[in-house]
Design a protein around this ligand. Structure first.
Ligand code: SF4
Length: 741
């Protein structure tokens, strides 16, 4: 059976009826009017954000309304939905005087209350928060840091619109205060890519540019749904398809937005849609490694690999080759959920592709074997020499606007600025640069911070944005852990429900400026390594302060006698320092206005065939097959995102597949086997908990289910993480129970 996507009668109909009449699809133009209405009290500022700022949504990257890939307008609903965060007025802080009422609201309702305008404190036993001065807030936090030891406090930095400068100051302040317990949201998404890529090619960034999608023979998407997560990629794909590029999906679910999309800024696509994917390989959750072993087994056996590239530019292929040869297809088929004919069909596509770009996302990374799965995608790319040249590349596509820069700036428990490993040698070098002693021990990763809180090993947990309560597995455990810390600080622009968990001593809220309000502007690094300048678009809400200044002020308050060592008195001075400390950012200190950008490393990394590894070669990695433990009758469950940005949910119904938030995506075969129909109420049950939802029939691999995140987080095991990187596993196994009524 071919895995080429067949056109249904609905597909054919949508090519005749304009604007996708009668088909499930986003209503872009209607939704845009809704956004204008929502921002009507501050349209002038909204316009400035859209025309001058670097988007605070995903990491595709756009300055104003233009990017470096397409000639027309670059805009999507994710960005427009985020706009209100930047235009909304301050909330009424008297609401915070009693958190009991606020605890009844969900995060979407809390967001609608408005911006956090003033520093607030809630002491143990108090019903709610009261306003305090910045001096008081800084003094309280400084006193706590002075009273504890560097290993007993930690700082988490979210990916919400955070600039490179904020990440940089977060890590510098933490290290100035003696701790490496500073980590960022990249830990939860692409940390497995970082560890696998560093081993394979010596760096942890996309080796190519988006332009390489145009006219490449193949774009392979593994565990990726860019139509939802990086919407303007559909425009890139629309143009790539016109040049003959084939798009291949390897994913349990045939994401509707990747099958067909209506690109609003392209007249032909807005009217009649664009067929995006050509092939869909419905791999079972956790089956990517086995599937790719099957593909490599065929590629090596048939000699459909780039022998010269392998011989001259790589190492460690022999072990991989013999491991692939030793596997029996039956074993690989059982895990992959795809048979050897599918593996051969995929291998033939590879054989016929002189060029290809391999793109992957959370479907590959967020597993206990996430780094291994990424290594297999890299093995495939190296076997064919899809790196360092035009129309080829290895691309860990990023979902949040600032995660690429987070680790590069060193806001990472295991890496200093420049992505340098935390060890004694690198700590000494950074100490010499900074003029103070930088600790040389690896810090706590984000999930470890919560574990340390649960054990009573932290006196202070500082959260710059984020919401551990919603983003990490096992929310009951997380709630108890957060309650077990004497002091928590939440530096944020809006309220989230984790703020209302009472601490042992006090919870402090610090009002932050948005990305666009940051004093002296800031920069973001996109997936394609483009560092873009976003100028300050002045606006003052209450007493909100620039995020990097808040961090610097607190560090200075702890040790006023040596505050001068912090340097970075202005954004410009900080960028000059970063350009020195992170040499591949050199040049970005001269960026000054909207549209100013540099792409570090140029369009292709490793373009000369040498890799920044110890021996200058790329390295294959032989990985084990995962130990998948599904009992008879159980389903594999993946968590998925709907109409949301991170945990910010914008619609109860996903406009791409009409799935409500409680939908349980299930194949028609599985539903028929269980005598279920669309809309039936079911419960997903495992040792961790129970999740009730409704059957939502969908094109998904048999034996697989998908449910929305974060609602289903209580089904996930908190102890399952990718070994090398510590990224949590956001998948599980369940049995299905029918509910009556
Ligand atoms: S695709 Fe990403 S970068 Fe582009 S406008 Fe949308 S959210 Fe912003």
């Amino acid at each position: 059976m071919s895995h080429r996507i067949k056109k249904t009668w609905k597909d054919r109909l949508s090519r005749i009826l304009p604007f996708g009449v009668g088909v499930t699809k986003p209503k872009h133009f209607r939704d845009m009017l809704g956004i204008i209405w929502k921002n009507r009290d501050n349209l002038g500022y909204a316009y400035k954000v859209l025309t001058k700022g670097v988007c605070d949504g995903c990491a595709l990257g756009v300055a104003g309304l233009h990017d470096w890939t397409i000639s027309g307008t670059h805009l999507c609903m994710t960005r427009l939905n985020l706009l209100r965060l930047n235009t909304m007025p301050a909330l009424d802080v008297t609401l915070l005087e009693n958190v009991a009422a606020l605890q009844k609201l969900d995060n979407a309702q809390l967001r609608e209350l408005g911006r956090l305008p003033f520093p607030m404190v809630r002491e143990r036993g108090a019903k709610g928060f009261r306003r305090i001065s910045w001096d008081d807030a800084n003094a309280r936090i400084a006193a706590k840091i002075r009273a504890t030891t560097p290993k007993r406090w930690a700082m988490f930095v979210t990916a919400r619109g955070v600039t490179n400068e904020i990440y940089y100051m977060a890590q510098k302040a933490a290290r100035f205060l003696g701790t490496n317990n500073v980590d960022n949201a990249a830990r939860l998404c692409h940390a497995p890519s970082t560890s696998a890529m560093k081993h394979a090619i010596g760096l942890a960034a996309s080796t190519c540019s988006y332009k390489d999608w145009y006219g490449t023979d193949l774009i392979l998407f593994f565990g990726s749904n860019p139509a939802n997560d990086q919407p303007v990629t559909t425009k890139y794909l629309h143009e790539a398809k016109a040049l003959g590029t084939k798009v291949v999906l390897v994913n349990p679910y045939l994401e509707p937005g990747m099958k067909r999309y209506w690109v609003p800024s392209s007249a032909s696509s807005a009217l009649f849609g664009t067929d995006i994917a050509d092939y869909w390989f419905p791999v079972s959750q956790g089956g990517d490694i086995a599937f790719l072993y099957g593909v490599l087994k065929i590629l090596f056996a048939e000699n459909w690999v780039d022998e010269r590239f392998i011989r001259e530019r790589t190492a460690e292929v022999d072990e991989l080759k013999s491991r692939a040869a030793a596997f029996q297809f039956e074993e690989l088929e059982a895990q992959a959920g795809l048979d050897r004919a599918a593996m051969r069909e995929f291998a033939a596509l590879i054989r016929d592709a002189k060029n290809a770009v391999i793109v992957w996302s959370m479907g590959l990374t967020q597993h206990t074997y996430g780094a291994d799965a990424v290594s297999m995608a890299l093995n495939l790319g190296l076997a064919r020499g899809y790196v360092g040249r035009d129309k080829c590349g290895l691309m860990p596509i990023r979902g949040h606007s600032s995660v690429q820069g987070g680790a590069e700036m060193g806001a990472y428990a295991t890496a200093f600025p420049g992505g340098k490993t935390v060890n004694a040698e690198n700590a000494k070098k950074l100490s010499d640069e900074y003029g103070f002693t930088v600790p040389d021990w690896p810090g706590l990763t984000s999930p470890e911070m919560v574990e340390a809180s649960a054990r009573g090993d932290l006196d202070l947990l500082y959260c710059l944005g984020g919401n551990f309560l919603r983003t990490l597995p096992d929310p009951v455990y997380v709630r108890d852990a957060l309650a077990n810390v004497p002091m928590r600080v939440h530096q944020d622009i809006i309220l989230t429900d984790q703020m209302f968990i009472e601490a042992k001593e006090e919870v402090i809220l610090l009002p932050a400026k948005t990305r666009y309000e940051q004093d002296d502007g800031g920069t973001e690094t996109s997936t394609e390594r483009r560092i873009m300048f976003s100028p300050e678009i002045p606006r003052q809400v209450g007493e909100a302060r620039a995020e990097w200044k808040i961090l610097r002020d607190i560090a200075a308050a702890v040790h006023p006698e040596r505050a001068a060592q912090l340097g970075c008195e202005t954004g410009g001075k900080m960028r000059e320092e970063i350009a020195r400390v992170v040499p591949f950012y050199d040049g970005f200190q001269h960026l000054a206005k909207t549209g100013d950008a540099i792409q570090y490393g140029g369009p292709h990394l490793c373009a000369d065939g040498t890799f920044p590894t110890a021996d200058g070669k790329a390295h294959f990695r032989t990985v084990p097959l995962p130990n998948l433990q599904k009992a008879a009758g159980e389903f594999e469950v993946s968590t998925r995102r709907g109409k949301q940005f991170n945990t910010l949910i914008y619609a109860e119904i996903d406009p791409l597949n009409e799935a409500p938030r409680d939908a349980v995506l299930m194949s028609t075969d599985d539903a028929a086997r269980l005598h279920l129909i669309h809309g039936d109420r079911i419960a997903l049950v495992n040792r961790q908990g129970r999740y009730e939802g409704r059957v939502h029939l969908a094109p998904i691999a048999r034996g697989n289910l998908q449910v929305h995140w974060p609602e289903s987080n209580h089904l996930l095991r908190r102890d399952l993480r990718d070994g090398p990187s510590g990224a949590p596993d956001y998948n599980t196994q369940v049995r299905v129970e029918r509910l009556v009524g």
